[in-house]
Ligand binder design. Structure first.
Ligand code: AFP
Length: 342
């Protein structure tokens, strides 16, 4: 008989919390509410090709980008699933300029939620994998409603982070600082079941993921690094293959499972790249580090960056530890293609 246990995400979270003496169950409640929001978003995303839901909502988000209907929907679903549970004191979403307050009359709690409701949404019309990304902090202000100060914490202070991928299967990957775990959704029973326990990213991969259309604006070190990856060298498994979905959450998921490196560097047009520190870089860095990988802005660890603004951007190099280390050496000009291969 197959002896492996069937574990729902809810049970996994509760058991994880039980391991911490003094835990109140508050945190489990928060993640349970989030899981419900993911199911609702999944239901709409999976209908996207069937109903007339595709197309622009006719608005621009705070970054001046076009907002799709599903972004608006996902943004609202998460807020409405999380605003009344009493677990949170404040939220912030990639789609909104300011912090999102808990409405008057609802209890506030000790946690802070930051989220990107639908990463990769420009791919919706092509039915490409997209996802919701989240990041949870403990509040730092004394009580009542939370403030910007509660949201602007460095990534190493995250107490949990994860994403829900809406792809050929739907899957939640999350960490609470005790490894990275994946749960695949079984729609027939409406549950996320443990499918990838303690994910470990390979020490070095064979795939690089970057938008090479930006090549002409890259700095020299970046150009040399990609050239290096394309050279042939059996000892270091080069050339690498390239894969770029253009939906970060999907590119990160592949990187987590197969290894290699995902990059969105700064360049001469956009010195800080495109990705947002608080909604994208911090949560995926926590997840990848917990799987044994690493993450950098090219100079230093992403999780150590002290944020100055809710929507600030950062260059991002994330994936297998050896790959990120070599990328940093190139970006910092400490290494050249002619340097001895390793
Ligand atoms: P959208 O949510 O607007 O599709 O942006 C997705 C994203 O922030 C991230 O998921 C991708 O990795 C990145 O943009 C792709 O950007 P480029 O199109 O510039 O490569």
């Amino acid at each position: 008989m197959n002896q492996s246990k069937i574990v729902t995400i809810e049970r996994h979270i509760i058991e994880g919390e039980r391991a911490h003496p003094g835990a109140t169950g508050d945190f489990s409640g928060l993640l349970r509410d989030l899981t419900l929001a993911f199911k609702v978003i999944w239901r709409e995303v999976s209908k996207a090709g069937l109903v007339n839901i595709l197309g622009l909502a006719g608005k621009k988000n705070v970054h001046g980008e076009e907002v799709k209907k599903l972004d608006v929907f996902a943004d609202e679903v998460i807020y409405r699933a999380m605003d009344h549970g009493g677990h949170l004191c404040v939220m912030a979403s990639e789609e909104n300029e300011d912090v999102l307050q808990i409405p008057d009359g609802y209890p506030t709690g000790k946690y802070v939620l930051l989220y990107d409701p639908l990463d990769g949404s420009s791919n919706i019309d092509a039915l490409v994998t997209i996802g919701t990304i989240f990041s949870i902090y403990r509040r730092v202000t004394p009580g009542g409603k939370g403030t910007m100060q509660d949201c602007l914490q460095p990534g190493y202070k995250q107490i949990a982070a994860g994403y829900c991928l809406y792809g050929s299967s739907t899957m939640i990957v999350y960490t609470t600082g005790d490894g990275t775990h994946g749960f695949t959704f079984d729609p027939s029973i409406g549950e996320f079941l443990l499918s990838h326990e303690n994910i470990k990213i390979p020490q070095r991969g064979k795939i690089y993921s970057v938008n090479e259309g930006n090549y002409r604006w890259w700095h020299d070190g970046m150009k040399k690094y990609v050239k290096y990856l394309q050279e042939e060298d059996k000892a270091t498994n080069r050339p690498y293959s390239t894969r770029y979905i253009g939906s970060m959450v999907a590119d990160i998921h592949r990187t987590l499972l197969f290894g290699g490196i995902f990059m969105y560097p700064g360049d001469t047009r956009n010195p800080n790249g495109k990705l947002r520190l608080m909604y994208e870089a911090n949560p995926v860095s926590f997840i990848v580090e917990q799987a044994g990988g690493s993450s950098s802005n090219g100079i230093s660890r992403i999780l150590d960056i002290k944020p100055a603004a809710l929507h600030q951007r950062t260059p991002l190099f994330v994936g297998s530890e050896d790959d990120v280390c070599i990328a940093e050496e190139f970006v910092q000009g400490k290494r050249d293609i002619t340097s001895k291969a390793s």
